[in-house]
Design a protein around this ligand. Structure first.
Ligand code: IMP
Ligand code: MG
Length: 178
């Protein structure tokens, strides 16, 4: 059985790509003449960073941070650790954090607090997806792709047990699959 047949499509490849081009245009106009750093959150944002960056016609740099939350597999505990840090300082730079999904928001809260200690000129948040119904902390999102219902979504970088990251669309596992 093909991988894609195990899923219901929530946002098609075309819809995702169209939205990314729109977000990139916003980031571009907000960062004219500024030293921009895209900070992708591994692993989920790898595909989003790659597509987003291709649409931003500005000199920029790209870095990644690896985060993992302790505790349960599918639910964020709010206790986060950095598994792989940025390779360069961000002091004085304009940072856009690029994330796959903001669920409870606890992971993003931790990252914001951590990056703030490094004295960037500004920090903005860009997330492809958000589950507003699950929010547990107030995070102001500057660039948002789509809101999604309270379902476990996969594809376009997002995984279930490390699978489905390679799908070019956002989907939901059909019951009994995966
Ligand atoms: P938060 O701390 O609850 O906001 O969790 C954020 C992280 O949990 C995301 O960066 C994802 O890695 C993971 N996550 C949350 N919801 C989903 C989902 O529906 N599918 C895949 N990963 C998810
Ligand atoms: Mg993530």
């Amino acid at each position: 059985m093909k991988l894609a047949e195990q899923l219901e499509v929530l946002h098609s490849r075309e819809a995702v790509q169209k939205r990314i081009a729109e977000i990139a245009a916003q980031i571009q106009s907000d960062h004219q003449g500024k030293e921009l750093v895209l900070v992708g959150v591994l692993k989920g944002a790898f595909m989003f960073v790659a597509d987003l960056a291709r649409h931003i016609d500005l000199p920029l740099s790209i870095d990644f941070v690896g985060l993992s939350s302790y505790g349960e597999a599918t639910e964020s505990s709010g206790v986060v650790k950095i598994t792989s840090d940025l390779t360069r300082p961000i002091e004085g730079k304009h940072v856009v954090i690029v994330e796959d999904i903001i669920d409870t928001g606890l992971t993003m809260r931790y990252l914001l607090d951590n990056l703030a200690t490094r004295r960037p000129a500004s920090v903005k948040i860009c997330t492809l997806l958000q589950k507003p119904s699950r929010s547990r902390t107030r995070i102001s999102i500057d660039y948002l792709g789509f809101t999604v219902p309270d379902l476990f979504v996969v594809g376009y970088g997002l995984d279930a047990g490390e699978r489905y990251r390679n799908l070019p669309f956002i989907g939901v596992l059909k019951p009994g699959k995966g």
